[in-house]
Design a protein around this ligand. Structure first.
Ligand code: HAM
Length: 560
């Protein structure tokens, strides 16, 4: 139980983002939105949770993310109405007339199934919701039967019949059978769906491609350029720059092949946009690492070769890499285990096993980057930890290991991405090659803060002053009797578009000055004289200047 000495805390690996830091987050996001819009991207917002199989199929069963880092749960059982109807129909033999759903009779709408048999109406209602609403339902059903009898003028026998899946029937039977014109029919069987497995999204590419397929975005024939900003969830060991709930700013470019989605131009454009975005954010010393993992066939061929090369040496690798050698040998290539580096460097390189079209595609990406003047380094070991990648893969890093300017410790990948030409088909969609990336926003912010700290004098645009904006004014009422007038003045100024804080008349003047200096550029003193004369005393903190200003000129003067 929480106690005052042991209160509840945010869950391990999650954290609260508070002002003024959130102002920096907003600033970063608004710069990202501005860059995305200049490159023709529109925003997509997909659900935070999805069917687990989306990630299993998209990201890959053998990846670390899917095999051990997902937050997955069984959703509650759901009633399967269709299976109950089927069981009931079977019991009726083939004497059943057409069935209507969601029927409106005598002005009331019910989720009913109505069966007409030679002038006799049977109303069959499937009761499967909460038992608590049963009395109401039975009364409505009785009313419905009598309304219908009157409206139709029929003297025929009308029977309302309630069919239960047996597990709900027992407690309700009595109530229903007390109503003469309603019969109860119990059907034995299993009418509850085995529950659905859901997962908090560990990444957003699979969700975006699912949405692309679901909404037939490819039918327009146009290239889809979509960006997103939102939380993702992975159960990783928390450390600086690594959280269990973290934010990504990402974008995806995909479409039918005829839209040019496969073109190396798209890869280069995405990378050039990222370089522009990082520059506009003021990130210093970023480094673009680039590789090609080839087509799905290239990868298959290369993995076989890698397995052969690993067979005689794998016992010398660390435990983790020995496991990867069995499950997902590609992952060994981006292992950071220091003792394994020499062995890994000597393994065959994927670049030597690419077919001609993949090689040509990669060469064109590099040439376009050269033409734009975007610097990059080819890193033949960059394969990335998600299964959907084909051809171009990349990461942007900032200097790490002991260099405090990254702020990330060992988590030096600021963002990662690549091409995924087969993902849509893996998810049951049409062919829709694509490329995208996701920036770790938490890491981006840490880097900005660390770089601002390290370059206090040299990089004014990174200085917190630019994102921790001060309010226009702080109104200091002198004495509690002036509080109401202070609030009224604040209302007037705020409605004129100024940012205002109001103090409290019980504060001593010294305390008001200190509070005002922390949050605002000016302090406005509101005492008895000021109220009587309509002339206010305003002090500007940066200059120390104190002036008298009429209330009519105040907004204008504070704005200046
Ligand atoms: P990813 O490399 O798994 O790729 O993640 C992208 C970025 O998210 C990483 O570079 C890192 O900055 C950040 N990140 C990942 N895990 C954490 C964590 N636990 N805490 C903080 N930051 C983290 C993807 O997610 C792909 N969906 C990217 C992509 C988009 N590929 C194609 N399109």
């Amino acid at each position: 139980m929480p106690t005052p000495s042991n209160p509840l805390k945010a869950v391990r690996g999650t954290r609260d983002l508070l002002p003024p830091e959130t102002a920096l987050w907003n600033r970063v996001e608004s710069i990202a939105r501005s860059v995305f819009s200049r490159y023709g991207f529109g925003e997509i917002r997909t659900p935070i949770f999805e069917d687990t199989s989306l990630f299993a199929r998209g990201v890959g069963e053998e990846t670390d993310i899917v095999s051990k880092e997902m937050y997955t749960w069984e959703d509650r059982e759901r009633f399967n109405e269709k299976s109950l109807i089927d069981a009931w129909l079977e019991g009726m033999g083939n004497t059943v007339a057409p069935i209507d759903r969601d029927v409106s009779i005598a002005g009331k709408r019910f989720d009913l199934i109505v069966r007409y048999i030679s002038g006799e109406i049977e109303i069959i209602e499937f009761k499967h919701k909460r038992e608590a609403s049963l009395t109401v339902h039975v009364n409505q059903l009785k009313q419905l039967i009598s309304d219908y009898a009157i409206a139709s003028g029929t003297m025929a026998e009308i029977v309302g019949r309630v069919v239960f899946p047996s597990r709900k029937a027992t407690s309700s039977k009595e109530l229903i059978s007390a109503s003469p014109r309603i019969e109860v029919e119990e059907i034995v069987g299993s009418f509850f769906h085995s529950s659905q497995q859901l997962t908090l999204r560990p990444e957003n590419t699979a969700g975006v491609v699912r949405a692309y397929i679901e909404h037939n975005l490819g039918d327009s024939g146009q290239l889809q350029k979509l960006f997103y900003i939102g939380p993702q969830f992975r159960r990783e060991r928390p450390m600086r720059g690594r959280y269990r709930q973290f934010w990504q700013i990402g974008a995806e470019v995909l479409g039918p092949t005829t839209s040019g989605s496969e073109s190396p131009l798209r890869d280069a454009e995405v990378l050039e946009m990222l370089a522009t975005l990082l520059d506009e954010l003021g990130i210093k010393g970023w480094r673009l690492e680039l590789n090609s993992v080839g087509s799905a066939e290239d990868r298959k061929r290369y993995v076989a070769i890698l397995r052969d090369a690993l067979a005689p040496i794998k016992h010398q690798l660390c435990e983790d890499n020995q496991r990867r050698a069995e499950t997902n040998p590609l992952r060994i290539l981006d292992s950071k285990e220091p003792n394994d580096q020499a062995l890994i460097d000597a393994l065959p390189r994927i670049a030597d096993y690419l077919d001609e079209s993949s090689r040509d595609h990669f060469a064109q990406v590099c040439a376009a980057l050269d033409a734009c003047g975007v610097p990059y380094v080819v890193n033949p070991r960059l394969v990335r930890g998600l299964d959907y990648y084909t051809r171009t893969t990349f990461e942007f890093t900032v200097p790490s290991s002991g260099d405090s300017a990254s702020g990330l410790g060992t988590q030096n990948a600021l963002l990662g991405g690549g091409r995924y030409d087969g993902l849509s088909e893996m998810l049951g969609g049409p062919r829709a090659p694509g490329i995208g990336f996701a920036i770790g926003e938490d890491r981006l912010i840490l880097t900005l803060q660390a770089q601002a700290e390290a370059n206090k004098s040299g990089a004014p645009h990174l200085d917190s002053e630019t994102w921790e904006t001060k309010l226009d004014a702080y109104i200091a009422p002198l004495g509690p009797e002036r509080n109401a007038a202070a609030l009224a003045l604040a209302r007037e100024l705020r409605r004129a578009g100024l940012t205002i804080e109001v103090g409290d008349g019980s504060f001593r003047l010294k305390k008001s000055f200190e509070a005002a200096d922390r949050v605002a550029r000016h302090i406005v003193i509101l005492g008895e004289d000021e109220l009587a004369s309509g002339i206010l005393t305003v002090k500007t903190f940066t200059t120390g200047e104190q002036t008298k200003i009429t209330q009519a000129d105040l907004a204008q003067s504070l704005r200046a």
